[in-house]
Design a protein around this ligand. Sequence first.
Ligand SMILES: Cc1cc2nc3c(=O)[nH]c(=O)nc-3n(C[C@H](O)[C@H](O)[C@H](O)COP(=O)(O)O)c2cc1C
Length: 411
Amino acid sequence: MSALFSPARLGGLQLNNRIVVSPMCQYSARDGIAQPWHLIHIGNLMMSGAGLVIMEATGVDAQGRGTLGCLGLYSDAQEEALAELVRQVRPLSSAKIGIQLQHAGRKASTRSIAERWKGEPLPMDEGGWPVCGPSSEPFDKDWQVPQAMSHADIGRIIDSFAAAAVRADRAGFDLVEIHAAHGYLIHQFLSPLTNRREDAYGGSPENRMRLALEIATAVRAVWSQEKALGFRLTSTDWHEDGLTLDDAVVLAGKLKAIGIDYCVMSAGNIAPGIKIPPASPGHQVDFATRVGRETGLTVMAVGMIGQPKEAEAIIAEGRADFVAIGRAMLDDPRWGLHAAAALGVDVDYPPQYLRARPNNWTGYRHIHPETPHFQASRQADRPASMLWDRPDDGPQPATEEVVVSPKTSRL
Ligand SMILES: Cc1cc2nc3c(=O)[nH]c(=O)nc-3n(C[C@H](O)[C@H](O)[C@H](O)COP(=O)(O)O)c2cc1C
Protein backbone atom coordinates (compact mmCIF):
# COMPACT_ATOMS: atom_id res chain seq x y z
CA MET A 1 0.00 0.00 0.00
CA SER A 2 1.50 3.32 -1.07
CA ALA A 3 1.06 6.45 1.06
CA LEU A 4 1.80 8.66 -1.97
CA PHE A 5 -1.05 7.06 -3.89
CA SER A 6 -3.53 7.07 -1.03
CA PRO A 7 -6.57 9.32 -1.58
CA ALA A 8 -6.86 12.45 0.53
CA ARG A 9 -9.11 15.40 1.19
CA LEU A 10 -7.88 18.91 0.52
CA GLY A 11 -10.41 21.45 1.76
CA GLY A 12 -13.66 20.35 0.16
CA LEU A 13 -11.93 18.33 -2.57
CA GLN A 14 -11.35 14.61 -2.73
CA LEU A 15 -8.01 13.89 -4.45
CA ASN A 16 -6.95 10.52 -5.84
CA ASN A 17 -3.43 10.79 -4.53
CA ARG A 18 -0.91 13.12 -2.85
CA ILE A 19 0.92 14.26 -6.00
CA VAL A 20 0.48 17.90 -7.03
CA VAL A 21 1.82 19.62 -10.12
CA SER A 22 3.39 22.82 -8.77
CA PRO A 23 2.40 26.07 -10.52
CA MET A 24 4.89 27.00 -13.24
CA CYS A 25 4.79 30.19 -15.32
CA GLN A 26 4.86 29.55 -19.05
CA TYR A 27 5.30 33.18 -20.19
CA SER A 28 3.17 32.28 -23.19
CA ALA A 29 -0.01 34.34 -22.70
CA ARG A 30 -1.07 37.23 -24.94
CA ASP A 31 -2.70 40.15 -23.15
CA GLY A 32 -2.95 37.78 -20.17
CA ILE A 33 -5.08 35.39 -22.26
CA ALA A 34 -4.32 31.64 -22.29
CA GLN A 35 -3.10 30.32 -25.66
CA PRO A 36 -3.01 26.86 -27.30
CA TRP A 37 0.30 26.30 -25.47
CA HIS A 38 -1.53 26.38 -22.14
CA LEU A 39 -4.12 23.86 -23.36
CA ILE A 40 -1.41 21.45 -24.53
CA HIS A 41 0.76 21.99 -21.44
CA ILE A 42 -2.02 21.60 -18.87
CA GLY A 43 -3.76 18.87 -20.88
CA ASN A 44 -0.54 16.89 -20.82
CA LEU A 45 -0.10 17.40 -17.07
CA MET A 46 -3.70 16.29 -16.43
CA MET A 47 -2.47 12.90 -17.69
CA SER A 48 0.63 12.92 -15.49
CA GLY A 49 -0.91 10.75 -12.80
CA ALA A 50 -1.01 13.67 -10.32
CA GLY A 51 -4.14 14.11 -8.24
CA LEU A 52 -4.02 17.90 -8.63
CA VAL A 53 -2.62 20.25 -11.28
CA ILE A 54 -2.15 23.91 -10.32
CA MET A 55 -1.86 26.44 -13.14
CA GLU A 56 0.78 29.13 -13.11
CA ALA A 57 0.93 32.46 -11.26
CA THR A 58 -1.85 34.56 -12.79
CA GLY A 59 -2.07 38.31 -12.36
CA VAL A 60 -5.07 39.69 -10.48
CA ASP A 61 -4.66 42.97 -12.32
CA ALA A 62 -2.66 44.24 -15.30
CA GLN A 63 -0.08 46.03 -13.18
CA GLY A 64 0.59 42.90 -11.10
CA ARG A 65 1.68 40.66 -13.98
CA GLY A 66 5.32 39.66 -13.82
CA THR A 67 5.84 39.81 -17.58
CA LEU A 68 3.89 40.55 -20.75
CA GLY A 69 3.62 36.76 -21.18
CA CYS A 70 1.99 36.08 -17.79
CA LEU A 71 -1.62 34.99 -17.53
CA GLY A 72 -4.18 37.40 -16.10
CA LEU A 73 -7.62 36.92 -14.62
CA TYR A 74 -9.10 40.40 -14.63
CA SER A 75 -10.96 40.56 -17.97
CA ASP A 76 -13.85 38.66 -19.53
CA ALA A 77 -11.62 37.48 -22.39
CA GLN A 78 -9.06 36.02 -19.94
CA GLU A 79 -11.81 34.32 -17.94
CA GLU A 80 -13.44 32.84 -21.04
CA ALA A 81 -10.12 31.44 -22.35
CA LEU A 82 -9.42 29.77 -18.99
CA ALA A 83 -13.01 28.48 -18.77
CA GLU A 84 -12.59 26.90 -22.20
CA LEU A 85 -9.27 25.36 -21.13
CA VAL A 86 -10.86 23.85 -18.03
CA ARG A 87 -13.75 22.49 -20.13
CA GLN A 88 -11.28 20.89 -22.55
CA VAL A 89 -8.92 19.30 -20.03
CA ARG A 90 -11.47 18.21 -17.41
CA PRO A 91 -12.44 14.96 -19.22
CA LEU A 92 -8.81 13.90 -19.69
CA SER A 93 -8.44 12.48 -16.18
CA SER A 94 -9.85 12.58 -12.69
CA ALA A 95 -7.21 15.11 -11.59
CA LYS A 96 -8.50 18.32 -10.03
CA ILE A 97 -7.36 21.62 -11.47
CA GLY A 98 -6.36 24.79 -9.63
CA ILE A 99 -4.92 28.20 -10.41
CA GLN A 100 -2.45 30.39 -8.56
CA LEU A 101 -3.32 34.09 -8.16
CA GLN A 102 -0.63 36.67 -7.73
CA HIS A 103 0.47 40.30 -7.81
CA ALA A 104 4.17 40.79 -8.55
CA GLY A 105 4.44 44.22 -6.87
CA ARG A 106 7.87 45.74 -7.39
CA LYS A 107 8.94 42.64 -9.34
CA ALA A 108 6.32 43.28 -12.06
CA SER A 109 7.15 44.49 -15.57
CA THR A 110 10.10 42.21 -16.32
CA ARG A 111 11.23 40.58 -19.54
CA SER A 112 9.35 37.56 -20.82
CA ILE A 113 9.97 34.01 -22.15
CA ALA A 114 13.67 33.10 -22.42
CA GLU A 115 14.75 36.63 -21.56
CA ARG A 116 12.88 36.27 -18.27
CA TRP A 117 15.66 34.13 -16.85
CA LYS A 118 17.95 37.12 -16.89
CA GLY A 119 15.50 38.61 -14.39
CA GLU A 120 15.71 41.98 -16.05
CA PRO A 121 13.15 44.77 -15.83
CA LEU A 122 11.22 45.55 -19.00
CA PRO A 123 11.91 49.16 -20.03
CA MET A 124 8.93 51.49 -20.62
CA ASP A 125 9.85 51.96 -24.29
CA GLU A 126 9.65 48.18 -24.78
CA GLY A 127 6.16 47.86 -23.29
CA GLY A 128 6.98 48.05 -19.56
CA TRP A 129 4.59 49.64 -17.07
CA PRO A 130 4.83 51.45 -13.70
CA VAL A 131 5.12 49.14 -10.69
CA CYS A 132 4.00 49.45 -7.08
CA GLY A 133 5.01 48.00 -3.71
CA PRO A 134 4.82 48.49 0.02
CA SER A 135 7.64 51.04 -0.12
CA SER A 136 9.51 52.93 -2.80
CA GLU A 137 12.66 50.77 -2.79
CA PRO A 138 13.38 49.07 -6.12
CA PHE A 139 14.18 45.36 -6.30
CA ASP A 140 17.69 46.09 -7.56
CA LYS A 141 19.69 48.83 -9.17
CA ASP A 142 18.35 49.70 -12.63
CA TRP A 143 14.93 48.35 -11.64
CA GLN A 144 11.93 50.67 -11.49
CA VAL A 145 11.30 52.63 -8.30
CA PRO A 146 7.90 51.32 -7.19
CA GLN A 147 5.06 53.61 -6.22
CA ALA A 148 4.53 53.12 -2.45
CA MET A 149 0.91 51.98 -2.19
CA SER A 150 -1.77 54.16 -0.57
CA HIS A 151 -4.58 52.65 1.51
CA ALA A 152 -6.85 53.07 -1.52
CA ASP A 153 -4.33 51.08 -3.64
CA ILE A 154 -4.22 48.35 -0.99
CA GLY A 155 -8.03 48.18 -0.93
CA ARG A 156 -8.11 47.88 -4.72
CA ILE A 157 -5.59 45.01 -4.70
CA ILE A 158 -7.54 43.11 -2.04
CA ASP A 159 -10.67 43.55 -4.18
CA SER A 160 -8.73 42.36 -7.24
CA PHE A 161 -7.75 39.09 -5.51
CA ALA A 162 -11.39 38.49 -4.55
CA ALA A 163 -12.63 39.40 -8.05
CA ALA A 164 -10.09 37.08 -9.67
CA ALA A 165 -11.20 34.27 -7.35
CA VAL A 166 -14.83 34.84 -8.43
CA ARG A 167 -13.68 34.60 -12.05
CA ALA A 168 -11.67 31.44 -11.24
CA ASP A 169 -14.79 29.91 -9.71
CA ARG A 170 -16.89 30.76 -12.78
CA ALA A 171 -14.15 29.37 -15.03
CA GLY A 172 -14.54 26.03 -13.26
CA PHE A 173 -11.33 25.78 -11.21
CA ASP A 174 -11.41 23.49 -8.15
CA LEU A 175 -8.72 25.30 -6.21
CA VAL A 176 -7.18 28.73 -5.79
CA GLU A 177 -3.67 29.23 -4.41
CA ILE A 178 -2.62 32.75 -3.35
CA HIS A 179 1.04 33.47 -4.09
CA ALA A 180 2.59 35.01 -0.97
CA ALA A 181 6.20 33.93 -1.61
CA HIS A 182 9.13 34.38 -4.03
CA GLY A 183 9.44 38.12 -3.39
CA TYR A 184 6.11 39.13 -4.95
CA LEU A 185 3.73 41.73 -3.53
CA ILE A 186 2.31 39.88 -0.50
CA HIS A 187 5.78 38.66 0.44
CA GLN A 188 7.07 42.25 0.00
CA PHE A 189 4.55 43.38 2.63
CA LEU A 190 5.41 40.47 4.95
CA SER A 191 9.18 40.89 4.94
CA PRO A 192 10.95 43.54 7.03
CA LEU A 193 13.58 43.62 4.25
CA THR A 194 11.13 45.20 1.82
CA ASN A 195 8.39 46.74 3.96
CA ARG A 196 9.52 50.14 5.30
CA ARG A 197 6.01 51.42 6.01
CA GLU A 198 5.11 53.18 9.22
CA ASP A 199 1.34 52.80 8.95
CA ALA A 200 -1.01 49.91 9.82
CA TYR A 201 0.60 47.77 7.08
CA GLY A 202 4.22 48.08 8.22
CA GLY A 203 6.47 47.85 11.26
CA SER A 204 5.31 45.11 13.63
CA PRO A 205 4.85 41.52 12.42
CA GLU A 206 1.07 41.93 12.90
CA ASN A 207 1.04 44.98 10.64
CA ARG A 208 3.22 43.32 7.99
CA MET A 209 0.87 40.32 7.97
CA ARG A 210 -2.22 42.53 7.59
CA LEU A 211 -2.35 42.52 3.77
CA ALA A 212 -1.96 38.73 3.57
CA LEU A 213 -4.70 38.19 6.12
CA GLU A 214 -7.06 40.72 4.52
CA ILE A 215 -6.60 39.03 1.14
CA ALA A 216 -7.17 35.63 2.77
CA THR A 217 -10.39 36.88 4.38
CA ALA A 218 -11.65 38.53 1.17
CA VAL A 219 -10.97 35.47 -0.98
CA ARG A 220 -12.33 33.03 1.61
CA ALA A 221 -15.61 35.03 1.58
CA VAL A 222 -16.12 34.41 -2.14
CA TRP A 223 -14.53 30.97 -2.56
CA SER A 224 -16.68 27.88 -2.04
CA GLN A 225 -16.01 25.63 0.96
CA GLU A 226 -16.60 22.73 -1.42
CA LYS A 227 -13.40 23.65 -3.25
CA ALA A 228 -9.91 24.29 -1.84
CA LEU A 229 -8.08 27.50 -0.99
CA GLY A 230 -4.38 27.67 -0.16
CA PHE A 231 -1.39 29.96 0.25
CA ARG A 232 2.17 29.65 -0.99
CA LEU A 233 4.33 30.98 1.83
CA THR A 234 7.98 31.77 2.29
CA SER A 235 9.69 29.71 4.97
CA THR A 236 12.73 31.97 5.26
CA ASP A 237 14.28 34.99 3.56
CA TRP A 238 17.71 33.41 4.23
CA HIS A 239 18.73 36.76 5.78
CA GLU A 240 19.34 37.60 9.45
CA ASP A 241 16.98 40.59 9.26
CA GLY A 242 14.37 38.82 7.17
CA LEU A 243 11.45 36.44 7.70
CA THR A 244 12.11 33.16 9.48
CA LEU A 245 10.28 29.89 9.84
CA ASP A 246 8.93 31.15 13.20
CA ASP A 247 7.16 33.95 11.29
CA ALA A 248 5.78 31.42 8.81
CA VAL A 249 4.38 29.27 11.62
CA VAL A 250 2.55 32.28 13.09
CA LEU A 251 1.16 33.31 9.70
CA ALA A 252 0.07 29.78 8.81
CA GLY A 253 -1.79 29.55 12.14
CA LYS A 254 -3.64 32.79 11.39
CA LEU A 255 -4.48 31.63 7.87
CA LYS A 256 -5.87 28.41 9.29
CA ALA A 257 -8.07 30.42 11.65
CA ILE A 258 -9.45 32.33 8.63
CA GLY A 259 -10.33 29.02 6.98
CA ILE A 260 -7.48 28.60 4.52
CA ASP A 261 -7.21 24.90 3.67
CA TYR A 262 -3.48 24.43 3.11
CA CYS A 263 -0.15 26.10 2.68
CA VAL A 264 2.82 25.12 0.53
CA MET A 265 6.20 26.04 1.98
CA SER A 266 8.72 27.61 -0.39
CA ALA A 267 11.56 30.08 0.31
CA GLY A 268 13.79 32.84 -1.01
CA ASN A 269 13.78 35.44 -3.80
CA ILE A 270 12.85 38.47 -1.68
CA ALA A 271 15.91 40.49 -2.69
CA PRO A 272 19.04 40.05 -4.81
CA GLY A 273 22.45 39.25 -3.36
CA ILE A 274 21.29 37.05 -0.46
CA LYS A 275 23.43 33.97 0.05
CA ILE A 276 21.21 30.88 -0.08
CA PRO A 277 22.42 27.42 0.97
CA PRO A 278 22.80 25.11 -2.04
CA ALA A 279 19.59 23.22 -2.80
CA SER A 280 19.58 19.46 -2.33
CA PRO A 281 16.81 16.89 -2.84
CA GLY A 282 13.83 17.67 -0.61
CA HIS A 283 15.59 20.73 0.81
CA GLN A 284 12.35 22.50 1.83
CA VAL A 285 10.48 19.52 3.24
CA ASP A 286 11.43 20.23 6.86
CA PHE A 287 9.81 23.66 6.60
CA ALA A 288 6.50 22.09 5.67
CA THR A 289 6.86 19.47 8.40
CA ARG A 290 7.28 22.06 11.14
CA VAL A 291 4.44 24.27 9.91
CA GLY A 292 2.13 21.27 9.66
CA ARG A 293 3.02 19.90 13.09
CA GLU A 294 2.78 23.24 14.90
CA THR A 295 -0.38 24.57 13.27
CA GLY A 296 -2.32 21.47 12.27
CA LEU A 297 -2.76 23.03 8.82
CA THR A 298 -2.55 20.74 5.79
CA VAL A 299 0.87 21.25 4.20
CA MET A 300 2.48 20.63 0.83
CA ALA A 301 6.22 20.19 0.50
CA VAL A 302 7.94 21.52 -2.63
CA GLY A 303 11.48 21.75 -3.93
CA MET A 304 13.64 19.14 -5.66
CA ILE A 305 11.38 16.21 -4.96
CA GLY A 306 12.14 14.10 -8.00
CA GLN A 307 12.40 10.47 -6.98
CA PRO A 308 9.21 8.44 -6.35
CA LYS A 309 10.72 6.74 -3.30
CA GLU A 310 11.57 10.10 -1.73
CA ALA A 311 8.06 11.36 -2.38
CA GLU A 312 6.62 8.17 -0.92
CA ALA A 313 8.78 8.51 2.22
CA ILE A 314 7.76 12.15 2.76
CA ILE A 315 4.09 11.18 2.84
CA ALA A 316 4.55 7.83 4.63
CA GLU A 317 6.58 9.45 7.41
CA GLY A 318 3.97 12.20 7.86
CA ARG A 319 6.42 14.95 6.93
CA ALA A 320 3.88 16.56 4.60
CA ASP A 321 0.35 15.85 3.40
CA PHE A 322 1.11 16.45 -0.28
CA VAL A 323 4.19 16.78 -2.47
CA ALA A 324 4.24 19.48 -5.15
CA ILE A 325 6.48 18.59 -8.08
CA GLY A 326 7.76 21.22 -10.49
CA ARG A 327 10.65 20.63 -12.86
CA ALA A 328 10.46 16.85 -12.71
CA MET A 329 6.93 17.17 -14.17
CA LEU A 330 8.12 19.40 -17.02
CA ASP A 331 10.90 16.95 -17.71
CA ASP A 332 8.66 13.90 -17.47
CA PRO A 333 4.96 14.77 -17.83
CA ARG A 334 4.05 11.16 -16.95
CA TRP A 335 5.94 11.44 -13.65
CA GLY A 336 2.99 10.23 -11.59
CA LEU A 337 2.37 7.19 -13.79
CA HIS A 338 6.06 6.29 -13.69
CA ALA A 339 6.10 6.80 -9.91
CA ALA A 340 3.16 4.39 -9.62
CA ALA A 341 5.10 1.77 -11.57
CA ALA A 342 8.21 2.33 -9.48
CA LEU A 343 6.20 1.89 -6.28
CA GLY A 344 4.21 -1.09 -7.56
CA VAL A 345 0.87 0.70 -7.60
CA ASP A 346 -1.81 -0.02 -10.15
CA VAL A 347 -3.27 3.26 -11.41
CA ASP A 348 -5.61 4.26 -14.20
CA TYR A 349 -3.96 4.98 -17.52
CA PRO A 350 -5.42 7.07 -20.32
CA PRO A 351 -6.94 4.33 -22.52
CA GLN A 352 -5.04 5.72 -25.50
CA TYR A 353 -1.77 4.97 -23.68
CA LEU A 354 -2.75 1.61 -22.21
CA ARG A 355 -0.41 -0.34 -24.44
CA ALA A 356 2.51 1.56 -22.94
CA ARG A 357 1.52 0.65 -19.38
CA PRO A 358 4.38 -1.28 -17.76
CA ASN A 359 2.36 -4.43 -17.18
CA ASN A 360 1.31 -4.44 -20.86
CA TRP A 361 4.68 -3.62 -22.34
CA THR A 362 7.68 -5.74 -21.58
CA GLY A 363 10.05 -3.12 -22.90
CA TYR A 364 9.60 -1.52 -19.52
CA ARG A 365 11.50 -4.44 -17.98
CA HIS A 366 14.64 -3.31 -19.75
CA ILE A 367 14.33 0.27 -18.62
CA HIS A 368 13.32 -0.31 -15.01
CA PRO A 369 13.92 -3.99 -14.27
CA GLU A 370 13.60 -3.59 -10.51
CA THR A 371 10.14 -2.03 -10.37
CA PRO A 372 7.66 -4.03 -8.28
CA HIS A 373 4.92 -3.20 -10.76
CA PHE A 374 6.72 -5.08 -13.47
CA GLN A 375 7.55 -8.01 -11.21
CA ALA A 376 3.98 -8.27 -9.96
CA SER A 377 2.64 -8.21 -13.49
CA ARG A 378 4.92 -11.13 -14.36
CA GLN A 379 3.18 -13.24 -11.75
CA ALA A 380 -0.34 -12.09 -12.56
CA ASP A 381 -2.60 -14.35 -14.54
CA ARG A 382 -2.95 -12.13 -17.62
CA PRO A 383 -4.69 -13.09 -20.85
CA ALA A 384 -2.21 -14.56 -23.32
CA SER A 385 -3.73 -12.46 -26.08
CA MET A 386 -2.57 -9.23 -24.44
CA LEU A 387 -0.15 -7.63 -26.83
CA TRP A 388 3.42 -7.70 -25.53
CA ASP A 389 2.36 -9.65 -22.46
CA ARG A 390 4.42 -12.75 -23.09
CA PRO A 391 6.58 -13.41 -20.02
CA ASP A 392 9.31 -15.30 -21.79
CA ASP A 393 9.72 -12.94 -24.69
CA GLY A 394 13.20 -11.77 -25.39
CA PRO A 395 13.90 -8.08 -25.77
CA GLN A 396 11.38 -6.22 -27.92
CA PRO A 397 13.01 -4.98 -31.09
CA ALA A 398 13.65 -1.38 -32.01
CA THR A 399 12.11 0.63 -29.19
CA GLU A 400 14.40 -0.59 -26.46
CA GLU A 401 17.45 0.50 -28.38
CA VAL A 402 16.06 3.97 -28.11
CA VAL A 403 14.85 3.94 -24.55
CA VAL A 404 17.36 1.87 -22.63
CA SER A 405 19.97 4.61 -22.50
CA PRO A 406 20.54 5.65 -18.87
CA LYS A 407 20.19 9.24 -20.01
CA THR A 408 16.56 8.70 -20.92
CA SER A 409 15.72 6.68 -17.82
CA ARG A 410 14.59 8.56 -14.72
CA LEU A 411 13.39 5.98 -12.24
C1 LIG B 1 9.48 27.19 -15.27
C2 LIG B 1 9.10 27.45 -13.83
C3 LIG B 1 8.09 28.34 -13.56
C4 LIG B 1 7.69 28.56 -12.24
N1 LIG B 1 6.61 29.37 -11.98
C5 LIG B 1 6.11 29.43 -10.73
C6 LIG B 1 4.87 30.06 -10.49
O1 LIG B 1 4.18 30.52 -11.40
N2 LIG B 1 4.45 30.14 -9.19
C7 LIG B 1 5.16 29.60 -8.16
O2 LIG B 1 4.75 29.71 -7.01
N3 LIG B 1 6.31 28.94 -8.39
C8 LIG B 1 6.77 28.82 -9.64
N4 LIG B 1 7.89 28.09 -9.88
C9 LIG B 1 8.50 27.34 -8.76
C10 LIG B 1 7.94 25.91 -8.74
O3 LIG B 1 6.55 25.90 -8.54
C11 LIG B 1 8.62 25.10 -7.63
O4 LIG B 1 8.31 25.66 -6.38
C12 LIG B 1 10.13 25.08 -7.79
O5 LIG B 1 10.50 24.85 -9.15
C13 LIG B 1 10.77 24.02 -6.90
O6 LIG B 1 10.22 22.76 -7.16
P1 LIG B 1 10.96 21.68 -8.14
O7 LIG B 1 12.34 21.48 -7.60
O8 LIG B 1 10.10 20.45 -8.03
O9 LIG B 1 10.99 22.27 -9.50
C14 LIG B 1 8.34 27.90 -11.18
C15 LIG B 1 9.39 27.02 -11.47
C16 LIG B 1 9.76 26.78 -12.78
C17 LIG B 1 10.86 25.78 -13.07
